[in-house]
Design a protein around this ligand. Sequence first.
Ligand code: FES
Length: 147
Amino acid sequence: MERRDFVSNIGLTLALACTAGLAACSKGGNDNTPPVPPPGGGTTNKLTLNLGSDLLNPGDFKISNGVIIIRTGTGNTAAAFTALSSTCTHQGCTVANYNNASKLIECNAPCGHGSRFTATGAVNTGPAGNPLTAYTVKVDGNSLTVS
Ligand code: FES
């Protein structure tokens, strides 16, 4: 390869690498634009569960993707579940547990400072001063979605 061809190839390679790098950077970072709904006009779900294997019994709960979802009743209907933000309103720790005996959501050590919330998200015990954000639960057969 002649020197001129070599320099030309290097220039083209660098141009492609820079273009790819800029494109990658434009998709990352702290983008505050809202999520794009999926085709067909649906909503972006925070969580999807299979009720054939998840949350089978009252008191069962799951913490995932910023959500705590609790089965509070029987049957596969939306009314049998509550979905809340799992981010404690005190200092932003993820809540640790749903205590089925006390029926309270617990924000425990090492991060939490002992706040307790009811299954509706209301503050039961501080130091948290504000409720957990409630989300919408939909059930279709064995498919549960939180949005
Ligand atoms: S972060 Fe939950 S009690 Fe402090």
